[in-house]
Design a protein around this ligand. Structure first.
Ligand SMILES: O=C(O)CCC(=O)C(=O)O
Length: 290
C-alpha cells in the first residue's frame, strides 16, 4: 500500500500533493472563468449575464449566499461541457490514484465542480454522500484544487474514520456541535493538489467570506463490482466509455506527447464512442447513483 491508499483506508481521505501540473491548473482556471461568466444569472433563468442562452442550464446549482440570496456553488457534468475538463480527466496520474485504491476495474460515478465565490461562497452542510449504505464500497471522489484551499476560504472538513460507521445521524451531531463538528479536521490544499475522499466519510465545508475564490473539480468513481448488482450493464458501459473517450481526446490533443497514456483495463467492455450521437449519449449518461 502506498501512503495515499493507507490514508484513504484508515481515515477515509487522502491528500496527494502536486498531482496536476501548473499548466493544467492554469488552463482549468481559465475554463472555469468562462464557465462562471456563462452561468445562468439565477436558478430560474436560462440566459447568462450577457443575455446569451445557456445550454443545459440544469448543470448549474445555487446555494445560499451571505444575505440569503442564491449564489452559484456547483457546475455539474463538466465532461459534457468542456474539452479541457475531458483532457484533465484522462491525466494518467489522476486515474492511477483511483486504480491504486480500487484496482483496475473502476468506472465513473459522477462529476461536478464546486465553486466558492469570493466574499460570498456558500457552505456545504456536513453529510455522507448518497443513500445506499448497504454497499461495502460506496465510491470515492477525487477533488482537484485550482487555488489554495484554506480555513479562510471554506476548505473541505472531514471527520476522519467516520467512513467505517455506516449511516450516521449527522444532523444529531450538528445539533450538538454546530457546523464545525468536534471530531472534524480542516483539509487544506494547494493548487495542483488532489484530495480523495470516501463518499461515506462525514464531510462538509464552511462559507467563503474571504476575498479568494476556491474551486475544486470533482471526479467520482466506483469499483465496478460494487455497482454491478444495482445498475444495468448498458448504463455502466456508457459511463465507462467516458474514460476511453477522454484518454483518446488527451492523446489526440498533441499536448502530452511525452506522456504514457493511462491503460484502462475496461477498454474492451467500454470502447471509445465514435459518432457525435454516441459521444453525446456517453457524456450525458446520468450518474451511477448509490
Ligand atoms: O468541496 C466542498 O467544499 C464540499 C463538497 C461536497 O461535500 C459535495 O460535493 O458533496
Amino acid at each position: 500500500m502506498n501512503g495515499a491508499e493507507r490514508a484513504f483506508a484508515e481515515h477515509g481521505f487522502a491528500v496527494v500533493r502536486n498531482v496536476v501540473s501548473r499548466d493544467e491548473v492554469s488552463v482549468m482556471r481559465e475554463e472555469i472563468e468562462k464557465m462562471i461568466a456563462g452561468a445562468p444569472v439565477d436558478r430560474s433563468t436560462s440566459t447568462d449575464r450577457d443575455g446569451n442562452p445557456v445550454d443545459h442550464p440544469q448543470d448549474f446549482s445555487y446555494g445560499q449566499g451571505r444575505n440569503g440570496s442564491p449564489v452559484l456553488n456547483r457546475i455539474s457534468n463538466q465532461l459534457a461541457r468542456s474539452c479541457v475538463m475531458r483532457e484533465v480527466y484522462a491525466n494518467p496520474k489522476l486515474l492511477s490514484l483511483v486504480e491504486d485504491i480500487y484496482g483496475p476495474e473502476f468506472v465513473p460515478f459522477a462529476e461536478s465542480i464546486v465553486i466558492k465565490m469570493p466574499e460570498n461562497g456558500s457552505s456545504f452542510a456536513n453529510h455522507q454522500d448518497g443513500q445506499r449504505f448497504d454497499l461495502q464500497d460506496r465510491g470515492l471522489n477525487v477533488g482537484i484544487y485550482l487555488q489554495p484551499s484554506t480555513e479562510q476560504n471554506g476548505c473541505l472538513r472531514v471527520v476522519p474514520g467516520s467512513q467505517r460507521n455506516g449511516k450516521v445521524d449527522v444532523d444529531a451531531i450538528v445539533a450538538r456541535d454546530g457546523s464545525i463538528l468536534s471530531d472534524s479536521l480542516p483539509v487544506e490544499a494547494e493548487a495542483g493538489d488532489v484530495v480523495i475522499h470516501d463518499r461515506s466519510v462525514i464531510h462538509g465545508s464552511l462559507p467563503n467570506e474571504s476575498p479568494d475564490l476556491r474551486v475544486t473539480v470533482y471526479f467520482g468513481f466506483h469499483r465496478l463490482d460494487s455497482i454491478e448488482a444495482i445498475h444495468d450493464d448498458g448504463h455502466i458501459r456508457r459511463r465507462a466509455q467516458a474514460i476511453g473517450l477522454c484518454i483518446h481526446e488527451r492523446q489526440a490533443s498533441g499536448r502530452y506527447e511525452t506522456e504514457t497514456s493511462f491503460d484502462y483495463a475496461l477498454s474492451k467492455l467500454a470502447p471509445v464512442p465514435e459518432t457525435d450521437d454516441e459521444i453525446e449519449t456517453v457524456l450525458r449518461t446520468p450518474a451511477l447513483k448509490v
